[in-house]
Design a protein around this ligand. Structure first.
Ligand code: HEC
Ligand code: HEC
Ligand code: HEC
Ligand code: HEC
Ligand code: HEC
Ligand code: HEC
Ligand code: HEC
Length: 678
């Protein structure tokens, strides 16, 4: 048995499946005619000024707005921001991953600690400072931290309605991604004002604001402020001040779009060339993105938390009002007053906690109740029932209900209808009916294809989504492949059909793809992802040499994406360009010091140089971040073998096998170790 072969473990390539977003290149096929916006603050020269400037002249609105959920949606972590209860109740256990978590404050600094126990001994401990809290605490507080500007969600959430801590939504049942779930632009742009995002990354920010502010609904304010300060005043009771958007003066459709930008959470497909930073109040949302939802037979009682717009639009109140509106004279200054929109019931400057049910019920009876103004039917329930419920329309017609995406939280179902019997039993999911575009009537085939690809990649790994995508993505000849290269590569990559990806490269030639087709940097790193996926297709089928230029391309186009550079370094190491590989791994770690795979590989490359002390230090750094990382454990075992310390080698292998008893390599090495020890 040669010792060498035991130490030199190949750094296996695990194909990463990270969420990806769509469309940033200008698509030559879509001739979008840019309509001139009447809003003068849509001009590129107009900038965001922040809420404190608005406060100078609109102090009343500011005063109530800062107490709303939106006003408190995001902030740096401190004890007054946190809604959490601390002490015994702020410790939880994830039995799937065997980790304990504890949150608490030291002074005004919040920490989340991850630890593992063996009997009464703490055998592992990782502590991270909480940098930001997302969620006003009306429903939840979730927690984020950042490393060199890279943002991640942390593995504890406080559920305020139940007053309890638990794993965050989506971390349950073995899916606990610990401190590694990236917070990208999509997420940040719904829970905050617009951040300064680092192009060429997935989750790196130069600066993040501290909550949703006025300009998310009114558009950038510098022009308005300048004009008002200069005394340029219009009579807003009779006309529109086009220096700033008043959503109350938009058409109902455009006003909906202001709220839907964030309150319609689903499978959002960006239009070619657009990013999550591009929407401004007064624009059509469908000019920036199309939001899709899957529809299943018999599932109309299931909804996710941020789906108010979709639910409301299912209501007879909305649908009938919409029909009647066509026959009514339009209120020219406030067109939404003859429609049913969010603003009919909500003043977004004032929190629902303060509004009170009387105000909401008065809105119902302004249409229902047989008054002179309204000829609509009144409630047909019995007077006894109505009296027992204090005539509170909302309590019966918009009941609180659990959402399917966020646990321990209830929200008001905005599908207004006759009360339905609550079924507690899980209904089996009905037949899949298709993906529906909520904010657009007829999306283009390309957008539909991307919706199906994303549905699979981000939400639900059912292969029929990919079959549906394939219907919109012809690849019969070079021209078709070229037109749809990004989407086709993504499709075949997700199907694990690496031969098809390689065939596309053969048809078009690597040179054409590398020199002419994959050239753009963008917020969604579309071209970088395509390069990366082609690299993976070659690497996974044993052709590291062909993979290398594509991995390099991916990390050139997205220089702040640690995983792309990590893969480039891996392809360098595969052809024994060890010094260059080390340089690339070192760059990853300079960018993002907690990159476990790069730390592990770097240790291995130093061992090849004979520097086992350095190697050990890197392996230990990796294992201090993730005590269960299999590659780091294998490599550490290899290091002990190199030192002929068979006892520690075996201990390390046992540690790996305890968590993954079926690990083939570890089992084999352990067997060989026995013969070696003899
Ligand atoms: C220097 C004082 C001043 C500042 C600062 C200021 N406003 Fe105004 N704003 C006014 C005045 C005065 C009016 C009413 C007259 C007008 O619009 O010309 C107004 C009107 C508005 C309107 C109604 C427009 C309409 O057509 O109905 C909105 C919306 C608005 N402001 C939002 C904002 C926002 C958001 C900010 C911060 C970005 C802001 N304002 C900052 C003075 C100011
Ligand atoms: C920038 C994204 C964004 C936009 C635009 C937006 N919302 Fe919100 N809204 C949120 C988020 C996020 C929350 C939850 C905040 C929390 O509690 O942490 C929220 C909460 C609310 C709440 C409950 C919070 C409270 O205290 O009352 C209401 C009501 C609401 N939004 C209405 C609206 C309406 C109406 C519009 C359009 C005029 C709108 N929102 C536009 C993101 C947005
Ligand atoms: C399309 C916009 C959108 C996206 C994208 C989005 N959210 Fe939300 N989210 C919302 C809105 C709106 C609410 C508030 C719903 C309500 O109050 O009923 C919400 C609610 C929440 C809540 C509960 C907050 C509370 O206390 O009310 C948490 C936590 C949360 N989101 C976290 C996230 C994280 C983390 C991401 C990214 C991984 C994300 N969301 C992506 C719009 C969005
Ligand atoms: C969530 C979206 C949203 C946010 C955030 C928001 N507004 Fe508004 N604002 C609206 C809507 C909707 C209207 C129209 C209300 C109506 O017509 O009933 C409005 C109207 C106004 C008006 C003109 C009419 C009035 O009510 O006086 C001013 C001024 C204004 N907002 C200022 C502000 C300021 C200042 C802030 C921040 C402190 C702010 N808004 C934050 C949605 C928002
Ligand atoms: C802008 C006017 C308007 C408002 C506000 C409004 N509705 Fe309606 N609602 C309607 C119209 C129009 C219909 C359809 C009437 C019909 O078909 O005869 C309707 C239908 C209904 C129905 C019957 C639904 C069905 O499936 O048959 C219920 C229940 C209802 N509304 C309750 C409410 C409640 C509760 C509120 C307040 C939370 C409310 N509505 C607010 C206009 C409104
Ligand atoms: C017919 C009236 C009505 C309309 C229209 C309406 N809402 Fe609501 N909304 C309510 C009521 C009632 C509540 C519960 C308030 C409370 O908790 O007291 C509510 C609560 C909310 C909340 C707080 C979280 C929750 O669900 O309990 C959010 C967020 C919200 N609405 C957003 C919206 C958005 C976005 C729209 C437009 C798509 C909208 N609403 C349209 C009546 C309405
Ligand atoms: C105790 C619960 C309860 C309350 C409170 C309540 N409703 Fe109803 N509502 C019902 C039920 C149950 C029905 C269906 C009754 C039936 O089968 O005819 C209904 C039916 C309706 C309908 C349909 C009427 C028809 O003829 O089709 C409307 C409209 C309506 N409610 C509006 C309201 C309004 C507005 C309020 C507040 C003033 C209100 N409801 C309060 C339980 C309630």
């Amino acid at each position: 048995m040669r010792l060498q072969s035991l130490i030199l473990f190949v750094v296996v390539s695990s194909v990463i499946l990270l969420a990806t977003f769509c469309g940033t290149e200008k698509d030559p096929n879509t001739n979008t005619i840019e309509t001139q916006s009447p809003w003068r603050n849509h001009a590129d020269s107009v900038s965001y000024v922040g809420m404190n400037v608005c406060k100078q002249c609109h102090s009343g609105i500011h005063e109530t707005f800062i107490h709303t959920g939106m006003g408190q949606s995001f902030d740096t972590a401190n004890s007054s921001k946190s809604a959490g209860k601390f002490g015994k109740e702020s410790t939880i256990y994830d039995k799937e991953k065997d980790f304990w978590y504890h949150s608490g404050f030291r002074g005004n600094t919040m920490f989340i600690t991850e630890f593992r126990l063996d009997g009464r001994d703490t055998i592992f401990k990782r502590e991270e400072k909480v940098d930001y809290i997302v969620g006003s605490g009306q429903h939840t507080n979730s927690h984020m931290y950042s490393v060199n500007g890279y943002f991640f969600q942390m593995p504890m959430t406080f559920y305020a309605q139940k007053g309890q801590w638990d794993l965050p939504p989506g971390f349950e049942n073995g899916y606990n991604s610990r401190f590694d779930r990236i917070i990208g632009l999509e997420c940040m742009s719904c829970h905050n004002s617009l951040p300064s995002f680092v192009k060429g990354s997935e989750n790196k920010f130069d600066a993040v604001p501290d909550g949703i502010t006025c300009e998310r609904c009114h558009g950038p304010g510098s022009l308005h402020v300048r004009e008002k300060q200069a005394g340029i005043i219009v009579d807003t009771s009779t006309t529109i001040d086009y220096s700033i958007v008043n959503p109350g003066k938009l058409s109902p459709e455009l006003q909906f779009d202001v709220c839907q930008r964030c309150h319609l959470q689903g499978n959002a497909v960006l239009k070619p060339g657009k990013s999550f930073l591009d929407f401004r109040p007064g624009m059509k949302l469908s000019d920036v993105m199309t939001v899709f939802m899957p529809k299943y037979e018999g599932a109309e009682d299931q909804f996710i938390m941020a789906s108010h717009a979709e639910r409301l639009k299912m209501s007879a109140c909305f649908l009938q009002t919409e029909k009647q509106r066509a026959t009514l004279p339009e209120n020219s200054l406030h067109p939404y007053k003859s429609a049913l929109t969010c603003v009919t019931c909500h003043n977004p400057h004032i929190t629902v906690k303060q509004t009170g049910s009387n105000t909401f019920n008065a809105t119902c009876t302004s249409c229902h109740g047989g008054s002179a103004k309204s000829k609509l039917k009144n409630c047909s329930d019995t007077p006894e029932h109505l009296a027992a419920a204090n005539n509170n329309c909302v309590s019966c017609h918009m009941p609180r209900s659990g959402s399917i995406d966020i646990p321990h939280v209830t929200v008001h179902d905005h599908y207004i209808r006759r009360p339905v019997a609550k079924t507690t039993a899980e209904k089996p999911q009905g037949r899949f009916l298709g993906l529906y575009a909520i904010n657009e009537k007829e999306p283009s085939p390309q957008i539909k294809a991307r919706a199906y690809l994303q549905q699979f990649e981000k939400f639900d790994q059912k292969l029929f989504f990919l079959d549906s995508a394939a219907r919109y993505l012809p690849d019969a000849n070079a021209q078709q492949i070229r037109n749809n290269l990004d989407d086709l590569v993504q499709l075949r990559f997700l199907q694990r059909n690496f031969e098809a990806v390689k065939n596309y490269v053969r048809v078009l030639s690597s040179k054409l793809i590398l020199d002419s087709l994959l050239v753009q940097t963008s917020f969604d790193n579309r071209h970088a992802w395509t390069a990366y996926r082609i690299g993976e297709a070659f690497y996974s089928t044993g052709d590291a040499a062909s993979a290398e230029p594509f991995y390099k391309k991916a990390s050139d186009l997205a220089p702040f994406h640690p995983d792309f550079r990590n893969k480039y370094a891996l392809s360098l190491a595969s052809r024994k360009a060890n010094r260059e590989a080390r340089e690339q791994y070192q760059q990853v770690i300079n960018l993002y010091p907690k990159h476990v795979s790069s730390l592990t590989s770097l240790g291995y490359l130093w061992l090849l140089e004979g520097d086992d002390v350095k190697a050990e230090s890197y392996y230990n750094q990796a294992l201090a971040l993730d005590p269960d990382d299999e590659q780091a454990l294998l490599n550490l075992a290899g290091l002990y073998l190199y030192r002929q310390n068979y006892v520690l080698a075996e201990k390390t292998l046992d540690r790996l096998l305890k968590h993954n008893p079926k690990h083939v390599q570890a089992t084999q090495i352990k067997a060989q170790l026995k013969t070696l020890k003899k």
